[in-house]
Write a protein that binds this ligand. Sequence first.
Ligand code: PEP
Ligand code: MN
Length: 344
Amino acid sequence: MIVVMNLDAGENEIKAVIDKLDEHGYCGHLIRGVARLVVAAVGSELGGVPPGLEVLPGVEKVVRIMQPFKLVSREVRPEDTVVRAGPLRLGDGFFSVMAGPCAVESREQLNEAAWAVRRAGAVGLRGGAFKPRTSPYAFQGLEKLGLEYLAQAGKETGLAVITEVVDPSNVEMVAAVADVLQVGARNMQNFPLLREVGKLRRPVLLKRGLSATVEEWLMAAEYILSEGNEQVILCERGIRTFETYTRNTLDISAVALAKRLSHLPVVVDPSHAAGQWRLVSPLSLAALAAGADGLLIEVHPDPARALCDGPQSLTPLHFTELMEELTALAAALGKQFVRGERVQ
Ligand code: PEP
Ligand code: MN
């Protein structure tokens, strides 16, 4: 339920509401919007509305939330949440692109990719140091060394670093380097990991699971917000369907739906959806048109030699062409495309 407070409610009145919720087993989260002041009561609603809550001073009304997700819901926060990290800005009309290789392979490969995507206008650098691979025999990432290369490339280029964390015990190590921590599709329901990144005050990019419903995806985000971290970016990366021509099926309706149901920014990863580089540009444009707040794209200086996901990686040249198309479409849609400085 949410407790809608009078806009001029004082700190004592807010505290009395939170205390009453606490007595009845709820946790109250204060949310200050532009036009509303609400206390979201999170917890099992089996106990119903605490007696006397509605008549406490400063309380305008108490509203039950019908959705199972609470803190991520637009019912609780009608305005778009904007997530920022370095030059990156997502949500409320701001559109940004994060790009880079699937995996960090060497210092040279990462630097080359980082400068190429920055030149093209990306504001985020992606690159996996810990790779969750289907096969235990496939390249698992450079791990700590990969993080070091990312830190350096991020510092030199000024790009926000986005990298995946696969294990709750590594969250601290990854957070020392990452401006945005990625929780991958395979870990969308790794609840201990979600709780751990929820304790951070750093943006988390949460990928939709391979076969997850939109509701399961939003409930996973709820885990992160329920720990106090409100900076969550939802990422649609394609789901498993009967189609085999593409690696996954980009669920474009999930983008529009998640934007309706939640105030969190929604980005699309067209690379893992498509599995083939030729489809990355049309899917990226479709994502922007459907209301996505950003994109996460795999770019490799030499896709033919990539240790991971080469077939779906764009070359720097193709990525640059895509960025020009996105710029034109964003302008037509009235979106604010956050482009990095154009440097040589
Ligand atoms: C990735 O971004 O490289 C990745 C492993 O993605 P996903 O979790 O979507 O498969
Ligand atoms: Mn990949």
